[in-house]
Design a protein around this ligand. Sequence first.
Ligand code: ARG
Length: 487
Amino acid sequence: MTDEDDAEETVVRRDRFSGGPAREFLSSLGADERIFAADLAVDRAHVVMLAEQDIVDDDTASEILGALADIENAGHDELPDGEDVHEAIETAVIDRVGPDGGRMHTARSRNDEVAACLRYRLRSDILDALETVLSGRDALLDAASEHTETVMPGYTHLQPAQPTTVAHWLCSYEQALARDTERLLDAYERVNRSPLGAAAFAGTPFDIDRERTAELLGFDGLVENATDAVSARDCLVETTAAATGLGLTLSGLAEDLVVFASKGHVELADEYASTSSIMPQKKNPDTLELVRGRTGDATAGLNGLVTTLKGLPRAYNRDLQRASGHAFDAIDSVVESTDVAIGAVTTAEWPEAALADAAGDGFATATGVADSLARSGVPFRTAHEVVAHAGERSADPAIEDIEAAVEELLDDDQANALDWDAIEQALDPTASVEMRDSRGGPAPETVSTHIARARTRLDTDSEAATDRREDVELASAHLDREVDHYV
Ligand code: ARG
């Protein structure tokens, strides 16, 4: 398109500002594709309300709503040029209806309009994220149920620490995902409020009904103060922070699997691994490395978002146009990453014999042995010393090494009170796991009880997400019916 063509376009209100070198720079039209459907919904709700309040007559409302249907069918790519989707849709309405199409923008501004669109869209993005995380939790709990007795090494500082089980490790991530779920649900509550009707920032003389547009759009109440309504983007921050929390959980899970794969503790399914273009023997955990990398887009997004928002004055400032992209990128990165990370972990094979062998490496049973001494009355600190002493005698201490250390460091009364069966048991990784049956511990029965409790929590969270999804769908069907009265 040449500059001359541009000058002839009917671009709403932009004749004075339609050209110039900053035109591309100002425009968010491309990125606004994400809120194209949201803007149409917001337009419809607004026009229905204007008609109900007799601010526009029914015939005009009918023509505008008909034009909006036509614009929807044509799709975002067919919109006329404009600074953003709001302006482009308005231009497209006026192109179809004539000057009366301009009544659509009565009693509102792009400021409340864009704020409503972002919340409307973000709401369904949060629901998508929730649904992905909920099914991920379900899959993790299923996998955990199969591995309550699969003993594996547990690490702190990446050093062998204590034997645990695959189920206990899996449940540790399911529980973290449960908190990520709560944060997303919590963010949803504050996202789901309507700023529409705030106009530029200072309300409007028209007798609008803000509660009605909120209801038509399925919002659960208003962001009441008009200045706050157009300025506020903290709901983006909350959502992005929740997404970042989820990203952190996933990146930890991915990193654990990368480490486990390098030690031969886990065998990834071929579809979640890559090979090398030169080294024929390689099977690399690339998908998980990419989960680790991709979730960085969420942490980066949070950083970008708060940097954009910090210190902005009231009310609307164009910087805000750069805010929402960070939130959407963050959400996208964690939704994709959830699918891949959960897919990788739930299709992986756990080589049970190798894991059981490795579970005692690095004298990982030491704490259990010390616990056994302490359970026979030895002060724990002394027991710790005895076991450390045995560990100095041998890298892989046997019962004789413990006996020698006991003889050296304990008095006769303490030594005579010891339960040697229990001590011998504690040297066995499987028995060591079974001993640790405190609430939240790895003993198989304890983990089974935990899984049952986690399932109850998952059911509650699933219901919460389903309820919200239903509310949104009901509101959307309701809006369609109201629009049908006019067209
Ligand atoms: N494209 C703008 C945004 O995303 C819409 C609001 C424009 N408002 C204005 N006063 N220039 O924020």
